[in-house]
Write a protein that binds this ligand. Structure first.
Ligand SMILES: N[C@@H](CCC(=O)N[C@@H](CS)C(=O)NCC(=O)O)C(=O)O
Length: 222
């Protein structure tokens, strides 16, 4: 098969890449990587020594592509029927901007919460955790104001921004629930987690949900 995706079904950044593949029914060979095992991750590390997934290998074109947003851009240009980064230049930078917003100000903050839960008790960072939760809540309030022009982040078209928002909100809401204080965000979130492409990724992650190092474990959308 031409495309190989090195990933783990539980990983939030891998969900972004999976959504893009599933949105466009792009065939690929899934390669599940266990980062804790040298042998399991060796092939992926040879392609991308940073050692973070997702990594996409395109055997036909001879490339290894890292970084979830770049993978989506690459799939858009070479494999997608329906682009996730809009053709229109202004819509394109907006999709990229909100993608950065979800990665940097929601997903990365959520990563801090996960990382803290993996620390030994004596090395915990309650101040850092409180700051990360505050940042997530602030991002919810900011995005509430952005919503309203359609079903998705930029309007009625589902874009890169929605790919990033889906796992970011899915995992962040375990620690910072999305409430009626942000009703548009709440309705948007419900649409994201019920979209067939993301539901498919979540269904594949479900057997591993108990591994998520958070007090509240994820569950499938009702
Ligand atoms: N900016 C990267 C982030 C990738 C990333 O942090 N992936 C996590 C899994 S969600 C990972 O590989 N963590 C393992 C590690 O940091 O060792 C992207 O968008 O792909």
């Amino acid at each position: 098969m031409t495309l190989k995706l090195y990933y783990h079904p539980l990983s939030s950044y891998c969900h972004k890449a999976l959504i893009a593949l599933y949105e466009n029914d792009i065939p690929f060979e899934p390669v599940v990587v266990n980062l804790a095992e040298e042998q399991s991750s060796a092939e992926m590390r040879a392609l991308w020594p940073v050692g973070k997934f997702p990594v996409l290998k395109d055997e036909k074109r001879g490339h290894a592509i890292a970084e979830s947003s770049v993978i989506i851009d690459y799939l858009d240009r070479h494999y997608a029927r329906k682009r996730l980064i809009p053709e229109d230049a202004d819509a394109a930078w907006q999709a990229r901007m909100w993608d950065r917003f979800f990665d940097l100000y929601v997903m990365e903050k959520q990563g801090k919460l996960v990382e803290d839960n993996l620390r030994p008790a004596e090395a915990r960072d309650p101040h850092g955790v409180a700051k990360a939760k505050e940042a997530i809540a602030k991002s919810y309030a900011i995005f509430e104001k952005q919503l309203g022009k359609g079903a998705f982040a930029l309007g009625d078209d589902y874009t890169l921004a929605d790919c990033a928002a889906s796992p970011a909100l899915f995992y962040a809401s375990l620690a910072v629930p999305i409430t009626d204080a942000t009703p548009k965000l709440k309705a948007y979130y419900e649409r994201l987690v019920r979209r067939p492409s993301y539901l498919r990724a979540l269904k594949e992650a479900e057997p591993f949900f108990h591994w998520v190092p958070m007090e509240v474990k994820p569950t499938m959308p009702a």
